[in-house]
Design a protein around this ligand. Structure first.
Ligand code: FAD
Length: 470
């Protein structure tokens, strides 16, 4: 099929929202075209986000373990060094394999793939400037905008992707900077700070707010910050960057307390700007067809992911909600199910969030602070990994499980885990919350021994009764 025939569904953007929507639409028997300008599928996530960052986090963790942990396990070698080009090549290989894999899935599911920049010419037509220099108009009964997000810049700071980098540049540095300053203590800044810190950079994180990762449960956050400080990450909270000078060899930052006051300077070799992401709709022509957006430029949709223009839908980072790949994927499936006349549903309160540092921090549902604010009477159950046999066996026992449950009904309201593989452990809790489980439901399920998952069972016991192992 060519783009000029009418499609049932046209998807603009081939990220986790867009490519999943396209595949699902084709699986539901809808004739589907996906337009992507990047030259590769997978969007931010596969090309410059989730995947390359996790590749570097794993590689740098191995180096760090080799330096600091192997000897404790009786594994010794005379020297260990970083081969940065090889580390980057492994990351690039993972990205290339995965993006090509999606092209394969498009072929298998008969999704037409148009490489180029799409813009609306009408609510039913998208004009595409193709990467090979041509132009084609793609028509669809339904058009899904899945154009994602872009790095948010800060006033007065120009990103050159060499000395002043976004996450994209931070994923491709050609040498380990001696001093790395990270502006913004969100999960992206902390993950990239961890990578370079493990490889030898002295990392300072400057954050305007009074806390790192503001969405995190306060108690877990405190422990998490302590862990990162133990790894020699420095934090300057309640601090704003008011000037950046790149005229010398390195970068000189001028800082000021968030509430105003005396200025100080901070020198860096590389500065990472990670102060959030902003919806990307440049050149799309939304105003031409009258699609409504909010103050932040996010496209407004109803519960069916339809905009105020009936044929136009939107999903993923470009609409309100958590800016996460798995949320974009869920949006994509639900949106297409509605288009196909079925039902779809995404509950943003039950989307897990993971920070892939070491230890990882994962959570689902509400924090203790949120529950308190809602005036709900609650109980907290906690269990430290220090009392978990598997964590002790592998000598990696920093962290804890914290469960917040309704005092009356014991229904689980939120689960927060800090552990080496918290991002995997959290899904038992995600399932429990989605099924409306009580903490006793988790506690009475037989968990294999010895596993880190037993800590979740014990924290569940601690919520309504007593744990066994502490
Ligand atoms: P995107 O992935 O941004 O994809 C949109 C695509 O649309 C892009 O490829 C773009 O080229 C294309 N496009 C835009 N406009 C047009 C146009 N007019 N015509 C044609 N194509 C167009 N999330 C997680 O869940 N887990 C993680 O571990 C994680 N790590 C991250 C690490 C980093 C460093 C970054 C930056 C992000 C990370 N994220 C992570 C966030 C995640 O990448 C995004 O939430 C996700 O990619 C959003 O998916 P999307 O499909 O909405 O948009």
């Amino acid at each position: 099929a060519s783009g000029s025939e009418e499609n049932d569904v046209v998807v603009i953007g081939g990220g986790p929202g867009g490519y999943v929507a396209a595949i699902k639409a084709a699986q539901l028997g809808l004739k589907t075209t996906c337009i992507e300008k990047r030259g590769a599928l997978g969007g931010t996530c596969l090309n410059v986000g989730c995947i390359p960052s996790k590749a570097l986090l794993h590689s740098s963790h191995m180096y760090h373990e080799a330096q600091h942990s192997f000897a404790n396990h009786g594994v010794k070698f005379s020297s260990v060094e970083v081969d940065l080009p090889a580390m980057m090549a492994q990351k690039d290989k993972a990205v290339a394999n995965l993006t090509r894999g999606i092209e394969g899935l498009f072929k298998k599911n008969k999704v037409t793939y148009v490489k180029g920049y799409g813009k609306f010419v009408s609510p039913l037509e998208v004009s595409v400037d193709t990467l090979d220099g041509g132009n084609t108009v793609v028509k669809g009964k339904n058009i899904i905008v899945a154009t994602g997000s872009d790095v948010k810049s800060l006033p007065g700071i120009t990103i050159d992707e060499k000395r002043i980098v976004s996450s994209t540049g931070a994923l491709a540095l050609t040498e380990v900077p001696k001093r790395l300053v990270v502006i913004g203590a969100g999960y992206i800044g902390l993950e990239m700070g961890s990578v370079w810190g493990r490889l030898g950079s002295q990392v300072t994180v400057v954050e305007f707010a009074s806390d790192i990762v503001p969405t995190m449960d306060g108690e877990v956050r405190k422990q998490f910050q302590r862990m990162l400080e133990k790894q020699k990450m420095k934090f300057m909270l309640k601090t704003k960057v008011v000037g950046v000078d790149t005229s010398g060899d390195g970068v000189k930052l001028t800082l000021e307390p968030a509430s105003g006051g005396d200025q100080t300077t901070l020198e860096a070799d590389v500065v990472l700007v990670s102060a959030g992401r902003t919806p990307f709709t440049a050149g799309l022509g939304l105003d031409k067809i009258g699609v409504e957006t909010d103050k932040m430029g996010r496209i407004l949709v109803n519960e069916r992911f339809a905009t105020n223009v009936p044929s136009v839908h939107a999903i993923g980072d470009v609409i309100p909600g958590p800016m996460l790949a798995h949320k974009a994927e869920e949006d994509g499936v639900a949106c297409v199910e509605f288009i196909a006349g079925k039902h779809g549903h995404v509950d943003y309160d039950k989307v897990p969030g993971v920070v892939y540092t070491h230890p990882e921090v994962a959570s689902v549902g509400k924090t203790e602070e949120q529950v308190k604010e809602l005036g709900i009477e609650y109980r907290v159950g906690k269990f430290p990994f220090l009392a978990n046999s598997r964590a002790k066996a592998i000598d990696d026992a920093d962290g804890m499980v914290k469960i917040v449950a309704d005092k009356e009904t014991d229904k689980i309201l939120g689960v927060h885990i800090m552990a080496p593989n918290a991002g995997e452990l959290i899904h038992e809790a995600v399932l429990a919350i989605n099924y409306g489980a009580a903490s006793e439901d988790i506690a009475r399920v037989c968990h294999a021994h010895p596993t880190m998952s037993e800590a979740l069972k014990e924290a569940a016991m601690a919520t309504y009764d007593k744990p066994i192992h502490i």
